[in-house]
Design a binder for this molecule. Structure first.
Ligand SMILES: [Zn+2]
Length: 390
């Protein structure tokens, strides 16, 4: 390539990838500057080898920017456009994140003196000609909106207080209808985490039953005072007293899994033994027609990560307690039980008592009516460990 004045001029170098839009724009700016410079100097660029051969005045146009060049007649148009990085670019279908989904949905055109041409084989001739490059237009895929429910965050692994259930939230996802890409996520309703209740309620829980000797008394006292409680049952006791276990449920109380055989060593036990006890208790309850327990109470309160995760994996929250009445101790009295209760009770407290196990639940039964009456006198209501928000 030569310039009449004898100064060599190279076609501008690519500033970006061959398809890069910014590169293309900067390139056009460069071209325009080159053209301006040429006009100012009164020069004409020669794109060809021989000054003696016939010349063609060519105006190259793209995106409203023109540049005038002079080339040797017979110059290949594809080569010329290649040299000036003006090869036409088809419009693409893009995903919402800018990925190319289809390379050509709007074919580019090259117009020579206003008429579209197939580039291959076109040679420039005549005295002057105008070449216009019309790129295809990119299009971004359409989107659709889906509304999804978001589950509430999980509460703590171990419950000691009555918990107000969390509530799910809702998000709106805008999704590329071709790519499936998520363009945006908007929270419509934030999920609500479960919280320890501040209401003046307590949850009575009874462990180690059902017991043919003692549970009927407990049920009768609860019924007479209109109180519902949670019974943490041992699988072997359920198998021995299935009718009684079902009566507990029929009277409106909830059930809780207290293992198959009341193994006090589960905190140190391996996964297999934990699975046998925790899974076994649940299976025995279900096999005997009880609802699926939503709580797991560890014998002796003995916990390990394995115990917690096995219980959780079968859908049971670990249910500990805030108030230990120590009614299970052989030396306990109605007075000692009431004393423990008065010292420890607070709104939301889970209260531990017993309706089975051991040799004698006389104290538990003897004190229960007073426990309920005292708490009622203090303004407490009775509920289950997990409740709906007020
Ligand atoms: Zn127990």
């Amino acid at each position: 390539m030569d310039v009449l004045a004898g100064t060599p001029v190279e076609p501008p170098r690519p500033l970006d990838g061959p398809r890069g839009e910014p590169g293309r724009r900067r390139h056009l700016v460069l071209l325009a500057l080159v053209a301006l410079g040429l006009v100012a100097a009164g020069l004409v660029v020669l794109h060809g080898k021989s000054q003696a051969a016939p010349q063609v005045q060519v105006v190259l146009s793209r995106d409203g920017s023109d540049v005038a060049v002079e080339v040797v007649a017979g110059t290949d148009l594809t080569q010329l456009l290649t040299d000036f990085e003006l090869l036409p670019v088809d419009g693409r279908l893009l995903s919402v994140s800018g990925e190319v989904l289809e390379a050509s949905i709007d074919p580019a055109q090259v117009l020579v003196d206003g008429s579209p041409v197939e580039l291959a084989g076109v040679q420039l001739s005549g005295q002057s000609t105008r070449v216009e490059v019309v790129d295809g237009v990119d299009r971004v895929e359409g989107t659709r909106t889906v509304v999804e429910e978001v589950p509430p965050p999980a509460g703590p692994d171990v419950l000691r207080h009555v918990e107000e259930r969390g509530a799910p939230g809702r998000v709106e996802r805008t999704i590329g209808e071709v790519s499936g890409e998520v363009a945006s996520v908007e929270t419509v309703v934030a999920p609500r985490a479960p919280v320890a209740t501040t209401s003046r309620v307590v949850a009575l829980t009874f462990d180690d039953g059902p017991s043919a000797a003692w549970t009927p008394y407990v049920l009768e006292i609860l019924r007479s005072r209109g109180v519902k409680a949670t019974f943490c049952m041992v699988g072997t006791a359920v198998a021995k007293n299935p009718e009684l276990a079902r009566r507990i449920v029929a009277e409106g109380h909830q059930v809780c899994n207290h293992t198959q055989g009341h193994d006090l060593g589960l905190a140190e036990a391996g996964a297999e033994r934990v699975q046998g006890e925790v899974g076994g208790g649940r299976a025995t309850m279900i096999d005997n027609g009880l609802p699926e327990p939503g709580y797991y109470r560890p014998p002796g309160g003995n916990l390990s990560d394995t115990v917690v995760s096995v219980a959780r994996s079968q859908g049971e929250r670990v249910l500990m307690w805030k108030v230990d009445t120590k009614d299970w101790q052989s030396r306990s009295t109605t007075e000692s039980v009431l004393q423990n209760l008065r010292e420890q009770v607070e709104p939301g407290a889970v209260i531990l008592m017993h309706d089975g196990g051991g040799s004698n639940r006389f104290t538990s039964v003897a004190v229960l009516a007073t426990v309920i009456d005292e708490l009622k006198a203090q303004g407490y209501g009775f509920t289950f460990p997990i409740i709906d928000p007020p």
